[in-house]
Ligand binder design. Structure first.
Ligand code: TYD
Ligand code: MG
Length: 453
């Protein structure tokens, strides 16, 4: 080992550092993610030197007039960003390979350059020809957009300094490398160093930098989680690769709220915004089928209606099978236990499968009541009227607890033609009467079950 160099082991999934190799990462509990990397101290010093060169300033001399946000002309994206792009911010866009990150960012480039802003798209993954082919599907582009295929960060830094674009896209961070660091591109040290350099460029020059980061399952390449704490905003692009819609979720945002989602649809001509996600989620709902109930979840400031499906069938296994797709597995088990104990439903001999249709992931407990009713409907093999919607949190004693923004949920349900809404009694009292919809307040799960029978 050369002088001044040490090797450490990094978890490629979460960046956990260790002096020894370990089979399981104590940070993120992933297996076989530790990779040995050499770390050099010099590069860190170099960055610090450059940072200091910018010099301290007093608070009063900082100009905040320029803090105006740049619009991407895509409402779904603007909302997730907290109202547009903040100049000088560092945004990480993570997601599985092939989900549409490059497409989304190329569309952002299209809109921003059309607004007469200089945009630089740096690709380390694709050739100029490949980018051109993608661009041809998306539409026409202004000449204010420049492309560069490069992976050497020193050259990228020089180019950004010279060209002074307003927005830079780095596609992807895992392909970038710094000559001062001997480990391979995509390793934790390279990815961190690259992000630190880009962060410093963003802050000193006031350029907004979008970084693409692939989520990898194998743990051979450092994932975006390693960078989450370094950047201003973290967005994840989710969705089933085989289904056409995509969800952009804000996970961290120094300039806005983090619960927002944006819904897009992948078309032949790039990503299109989905303005009414509820309609989209309920598309293709089965008619008169048992085990299907519609519920409502708030995603940030927006209510989204979704179909909850349950299938209860006789089990031949000693330990019955339970699965939950799109929901927390433990939450589903808890709700099944409530049904078993409070409603004397014999579920211990049945396999139970719960699925949120459309592949969206929900973490809000407001869908509890929907899950409970779907399970009962499938258990009894009796369909629930398709114009019924149910929401409310279910507690351990089988009580139905209040949820936030009930009024907004009811309005969304009404808009989509639901005529009966089962909701917590407390919420019903707050809302009062709503024209054209029958509001049924319930205090316990048993009340709700009586209503749908
Ligand atoms: P891409 O943006 O390359 O994904 P990522 O950068 O996240 O790896 O998207 C690739 C997929 O999107 C690919 O399967 C083709 C599809 N696609 C369309 O369906 N329509 C389009 O207009 C474009 C540009 C891509
Ligand atoms: Mg890509």
């Amino acid at each position: 080992m050369a002088k001044g160099k040490t090797t450490v082991f990094f978890c490629q999934s979460c960046g956990h550092e260790s002096a020894k190799w370990m089979g399981q990462c104590p940070g993120c509990r992933q297996w076989n993610t530790f990779v040995e990397e050499t770390i050099e101290k010099t590069s860190v010093r170099k960055i610090q030197k450059e940072r200091a060169a910018a010099g301290p300033v007093c608070l009063s001399s900082i100009d905040t007039d320029k803090e105006e946000r740049m619009t991407t002309h895509m409402e779904e994206l603007n909302r997730v960003l907290g109202g547009g792009i903040v100049p000088g911010s560092l945004v990480l866009v993570g997601g599985d390979p092939g989900i549409g990150k490059s497409t989304l960012l190329l569309q952002v480039c299209q809109k921003l350059s059309a607004d007469d802003r200089d945009v630089l798209y740096i690709s380390g993954e694709e050739s100029l020809k490949q980018i051109k082919l993608r661009a041809a599907r998306i539409g026409s582009f202004s000449n204010r957009l420049r492309l560069l295929c490069e992976t050497n960060l020193d050259l990228i830094r020089e180019t950004i300094r010279e060209e002074k674009p307003k927005v830079v896209i780095i596609d992807s961070i895992q392909t970038m490398y710094n000559e001062d660091i001997s480990s391979a591109p995509g390793s934790v040290s390279q990815v961190r160093e690259a992000t630190a350099i880009l962060m410093q460029l963003a802050k000193v020059l006031g350029v907004t930098v979008f970084i693409v980061g692939h989520v990898t399952k194998e743990g051979t390449v450092a994932g975006p989680r390693v960078l989450e704490h370094m950047v201003d905003t973290v967005l994840y692009f989710e969705g089933d690769r085989h289904a056409s819609y995509r969800i952009l979720r804000g996970v961290k945002n120094r300039f806005g709220s983090t619960n927002e989602i944006g819904v897009f649809e992948m078309r032949e001509t790039g990503l299109a915004e989905v303005e009414n996600p509820s309609e989209y989620m309920l598309d293709g709902r089965p008619e008169d089928a048992s085990g299907s109930v519609v519920s409502c979840s708030m995603e940030g400031t927006r209510p989204i209606l979704l179909e909850i499906q349950a299938l209860v069938c006789h089990s031949t296994l000693a330990v019955p099978r339970r699965t939950a797709a799109g929901m927390d597995y433990n939450r589903v088990n808890l709700l099944l236990a409530v049904l078993e104990k409070r409603l004397n439903l014999r579920l211990s001999g049945s396999d139970v499968y719960v699925n949120i249709a459309g592949g969206i992931r929900i973490s809000e407990p407001a869908v509890d009541l929907g899950v409970v009713l779907a399970v009962i409907s499938s258990y009894k093999d009796r369909a629930i009227d398709e114009k019924v919607l149910a929401f409310g949190e279910v507690g351990l004693s089988g009580e139905v607890r209040a949820v936030s923004q009930a009024g907004q949920r009811v309005q969304e349900a009404k808009k989509l033609g639901f005529t009966t809404i089962i909701l917590p009694e407390v919420c019903r009292e707050q809302i009062g009467a709503v024209d054209g919809v029958r509001l049924c307040g319930v205090r316990t799960v048993a009340d709700a079950v009586r209503l749908v029978q």
